[in-house]
Design a binder for this molecule. Sequence first.
Ligand code: NOJ
Length: 584
Amino acid sequence: MTSTAASPRPALLAARPGPWWRDAVTYQVYIRSFADGDGDGMGDIAGIRSRLGYLAELGVDAVWINPWYPSPQADAGYDVADYRDIEPAFGTLADAEALIEQAHGLGLRVLLDIVPNHTSDEHPWFVEALASGPGSPARRRYLFRPGKGPDGALPPNDWKAVFGGPAWRRVTEPDGRPGEWYLHLFDPKQPDLNWDDPTVRTEFLDILRFWFDRGADGFRIDVAHGLVKDPAMPDLGRHDPRGLVEPQLLGAATLSDHPHWDRPGVHEIYRTWRKLAEGYDPPKVFVAEAWVSSPARLAAYLRPGELNTAFDFDFVIAPWNAESLRRTATSSLLAHDSVGAPVMWVLSNHDITRHVTRLGRPDARVAKDPLRSDHHGEADPVLGRRRARAALLLELALPGGVYLYQGEELGLEEVEDLPEEVLQDPTWARSHHTERGRDGCRVPLPWTASGPSLGFGAAPGWLPQPASWGGPGGLSVEAQAEDPGSMLSFYRTALRLRRELAAQGALGAGGAASLTWLDLGEDVVAFRREPGFVCVLNAGEGAAPLPAGRQLLASGPMEEGQLPPDTSVWLSTTWSAPSAPAAS
Ligand code: NOJ
């Protein structure tokens, strides 16, 4: 199940034309919940290392590891206290280096997570800023402002934190008096950096270099669209009655001149980062997390000389029906084509309700904002898993790369009934216990059918797993590994097939131009990629599930007319459409 045997993958990767990242499948390792090597209930580097063979066997090209730096963990590691070391609960710097080397030996690239919008309030810079007082160079690295009102007792403006409440906190000055306010677009323990300060820019280039020199192949950039703020800091003037909604993580930056999201000034920063990355052989790579308002705004981050790739979250918010899937794919492909960048398709991550649950809901779409409880009826996980299979094949069949979130290969659903006392997402406290936050997609992985945390580690994990994940018929790797009908087998087959098809040249070049939509009926998403590949999937909006076993995945020659009407998915190398008219 978790063999670490050497695989032929490095050779396969080397044989592929073009830069590896343009069509890579990257697996997101949420370190806290992937595997616990030392039995303290928290995932760690030793745990990841023990399961790298599983990832190579699964057939992915790269891993992205969520922040592993020293951190008070106020936001699960996105509150970094030292960017050049490892959180002791996760391991040591030597462990990190050994992991990178081991992954490379298995043909897996390693992407790390850089958090440039904010540090932890326990970062030495912020500690120094508090001690140094107003006007000091240390304060200029963050966004301190005097308050409004007679005694400066009111926040400098009306901005709201993503996790709830005002985006400002007042500090006590070294002389003991109430003083300035600092900006935190997320938790108060995550003060925003001032990217107009040249020392901030130099420092992050140096941090990137630190990890590149240790073998990291690239970085995922946290809140890539948030670094630059309008120095005038104008009021947003838009409030949700609950005082929570502005800014949203999803659906953000809908204003054309938003004072803190997606400002033009961020692009200059990424040009310097790309230049640094291109100085390595092979060049290092970036993927941006940028929640912006349109595919065109996203593509602006990928112009020549800027970032290589960015997550495309549009399938996350697209309703599950053929028309919307086609429209979403087309607009993303065209926008990315315009800058010569590949799309990076995403269905789930550690901030978003798992897609088995989203797609199993009657209206089959995500909440508009992942941090808000926005349920639209009970989820049917059986329906959700069927749709998840089709969704995976759609992602894998489209030109570009794919990011998988750990556990989606097991068909894990969102754990929506975690007891309130275990919730750790800062959203829970900041929303005064009205928003449960993102813990439901962060529950530790089930590796075995039994044990204190189903093989996650020797002790119960930091969040409890549902009983239904255990047992011989459960969702653990052990329960699924030898079952040809399981979700895990489906992922393995699909990933192998994609790699084989690419190696045979059946997928042709990427981009919208290589793809022709086929009209095979109202609820069918179908397209051909030249020279020899067709993807057909059933994407009806109705809740009627397909009969069990009808989800098909095949490769090889097929005759015209061989597509059964109730087939949900075919992938074929040499299938030609019946006389149906081709739609562009
Ligand atoms: C996006 C990350 O994915 C999320 O987990 C985190 O809370 C925020 N950025 C703040 O760093």
